[in-house]
Design a protein around this ligand. Structure first.
Ligand SMILES: [Zn+2]
Length: 327
């Protein structure tokens, strides 16, 4: 029998054991600052009780960007929720016991893979009966060039619209496996959404192509843009390859200062989920303008500038172009 159609009673028994073990692990290692964090839904959140009565499948994603992409494919036939809330730092996230309880009642978990969710292995170890699907499957990884992560895949594959089409197809297949009765519906949604992704990809490509080649620099805090710079013929420069605790070191800051000066880069940026202090230091020491933050590892809140994946793409590239033109 397919894992997706696991026996609910067995699930409940295992849940009690799983939550117990997770709590024991948590007592010694969970970050106390995150234990009160509740997962936030991208769409109106179902109540806890609706999990038992709702006939729709419940699908969790590891972060908000995946939740939005999945929601576009699932439409109104599945409940999609992100475990991490908008604005969360996702690489080093510490799942809470309530995340585990929620996940153990879900029908499916969608993750990114490529080493993004450093916390996932232990989390899944406590969720033996809940299937998970890795959405970057089939993407050609770009390898990280430097620092401790050198040679490892850059996890931010979703930042390329071309890769997002792969994610959409993986979501479509996963939904059909979970809920075959709605195959035609999911396939139609995936086709419509993929077309929207292709359209924004074309638009952004044309906008970047209008920039003078010597201005096409994307200077960021995290090296999260390696996929999109490859697609659009940009050059990237970043303070650290992947968000981690030990970032913005004097050496990392020095290297970017030198490059910004050498290449006379007018405007530099950071990302919404990390502190921009180091990048502001670079701006102060080079005379470059600090152009604001990009959205990568999280959508903005619903009333913010990047509440969906498509708006995130558009906002980032337009912020970049505006910064480079004005700088
Ligand atoms: Zn990241």
């Amino acid at each position: 029998m397919n894992r997706i159609y696991g026996d609910q009673n067995r699930k409940k028994t295992n849940l009690t054991i799983a939550v117990g073990s997770f709590l024991l692990i948590c007592l010694s290692s969970c970050n106390p600052n995150t234990t009160s964090t509740n997962p936030t839904a991208i769409n109106p959140s179902p109540s806890q009780t609706s999990y038992q009565t709702e006939s729709k499948k419940v699908i969790l994603t590891t972060f908000t960007v995946l939740a939005d992409i999945a929601q576009n494919v699932a439409g109104d036939q599945a409940i999609i929720e992100s475990l991490t809330k908008p604005g969360s730092e996702i690489h080093g996230y510490e799942p809470t016991p309530s995340d585990l309880t929620k996940a153990s009642k879900a029908d499916l978990i969608l993750d990114n893979g490529l080493g993004l969710e450093r916390w996932a292995e232990r989390f899944y170890g406590s969720l033996k009966d809940v299937p998970h699907v890795t959405l970057s499957f089939g993407v050609t990884p770009v390898l990280i060039a430097d620092d401790a992560y050198a040679g490892k895949p850059n996890p931010h594959a979703w930042m390329s619209p071309q890769n997002a089409l792969v994610y959409v197809e993986n979501i479509r297949k996963a939904l059909i496996k979970l809920d075959p009765a709605n195959e035609a519906y999911y396939t139609a949604n995936a086709a419509t959404y993929s077309q929207q992704i292709r359209e924004i990809d074309q638009k952004l490509r044309q906008e970047i192509a209008a920039l003078p080649p010597n201005k096409r620099y994307m200077v960021t805090c995290e090296g999260a843009f390696s996929y999109i710079i490859q697609d659009y013929g940009l050059k990237e420069l970043y303070l650290w390859p992947v968000n981690a605790e030990n970032q913005g070191t004097p050496q990392q800051i020095r290297k970017v200062i030198d490059e910004v000066k050498t290449n006379k880069i007018p405007t530099i940026f950071c990302e919404s989920t990390v502190s921009a202090e180091s990048q502001k230091q670079v701006a102060a020491q080079t005379g470059a303008k600090f152009g604001g933050v990009f959205y990568v590892d999280s959508l903005s809140a619903a009333d913010g500038v990047a509440p969906t994946y498509l708006k995130l793409l558009d906002y980032n590239i337009n912020t970049l172009i505006k910064g480079l033109q004005e700088g």
